[in-house]
Design a protein around this ligand. Structure first.
Ligand SMILES: Cc1cc2nc3c(=O)[nH]c(=O)nc-3n(C[C@H](O)[C@H](O)[C@H](O)COP(=O)(O)O)c2cc1C
Length: 247
């Protein structure tokens, strides 16, 4: 039964990887935690992600500071993330989402405050095949699902990590709700994403917010889920380069 499930997952995954979604846009300034992503970096960006690719290319200029070490020291940090439990590609049924695990590691290593981006009316299916269809429809509608909670004293945070699973080469729609409802001017955004091979797909381009956007981290979902030690190493390496790790 497990084998049949795996084949089924593989078929569905292959469907979105071959439907033009497999990407890792040229403009990506995110860090790929796994060398396996390199192959996809040569793939062409899907039409649906062009907008983000553009933003990302822009981020190569003024908005991305990859080596501005120490800049974040002493600043108040928020780790906002969207993540799902239930049936997920390559990891079976999970009780803690892959991105949530990555977010927890980041919060532990930076002393940041965790905030879950959750829709108020959560209709996301727990079955993988239903979820991918639901997510695709939501994307087509360019939906902005209302969120269940607000960040307390958002203005107090200087640095906001924003994490999400890559969905159809894009950010899940609630993440757009989160970004659009906040004023990021004067703040620093640090994106992170989990995925299963496409990398960021240009989704980390967030310069339109007016924030300084620093180099993000893309991490395999199954690594976060099944090999916490490896995930932690990748996160620590990235945070160390950013100069933002808690001593
Ligand atoms: C609706 C949907 C779309 C997905 N699209 C992609 C994709 O475009 N590229 C990719 O590499 N992985 C894709 N995945 C895999 C997820 O990004 C990956 O499993 C992620 O780690 C899930 O994180 P979570 O447990 O925090 O929700 C998709 C998964 C779902 C459910």
């Amino acid at each position: 039964m497990k084998r049949i499930n795996n084949i089924f997952f593989a078929l569905i995954f292959a469907a979105f990887m071959t439907s033009g979604i497999a990407c890792a846009a040229e403009g990506d300034k995110g860090k790929s935690a796994d060398s396996g992503i390199k192959a996809e970096q040569q793939a062409k960006p899907a039409a649906s992600v062009k907008k983000d690719v553009k933003n990302s290319a822009k981020d190569k200029g003024n908005n991305v500071k990859n080596n501005a070490a120490k800049e974040e020291k002493g600043k108040k940090i928020l780790v906002a993330y969207f993540s799902r439990t239930g049936e997920q590609y390559g990891v079976g049924v999970i009780s803690k989402g892959n991105t949530e695990i990555a977010a927890e590691i980041i919060a532990a290593k930076t002393g940041g405050t965790l905030f879950e981006i959750k829709p108020k009316d959560d209709k996301y299916p727990k079955a993988y095949k239903d979820l991918i269809k639901y997510a695709k429809d939501e994307m087509k509608d360019n939906a902005r699902p209302e969120l269940s909670a607000d960040v307390k004293n958002f203005a107090d945070y200087d640095t906001v990590f924003i994490g999400y699973p890559v969905w159809w080469g894009d950010k899940p729609m609630p993440v757009y709700t989160f970004i659009e409802k906040h004023d990021f001017k004067g703040k620093t955004i640090i994106p992170f994403a989990t995925h299963e091979g496409s990398g960021f797909c240009g989704t980390q381009g967030m310069s339109k917010t007016g924030a300084t956007v620093r180099e993000g981290l893309g991490i395999y979902g199954h690594v976060a889920q099944n090999d916490r030690e490896k995930a932690e190493k990748q996160v620590v390496g990235w945070l160390t380069e950013l100069g933002i790790i808690k001593k």
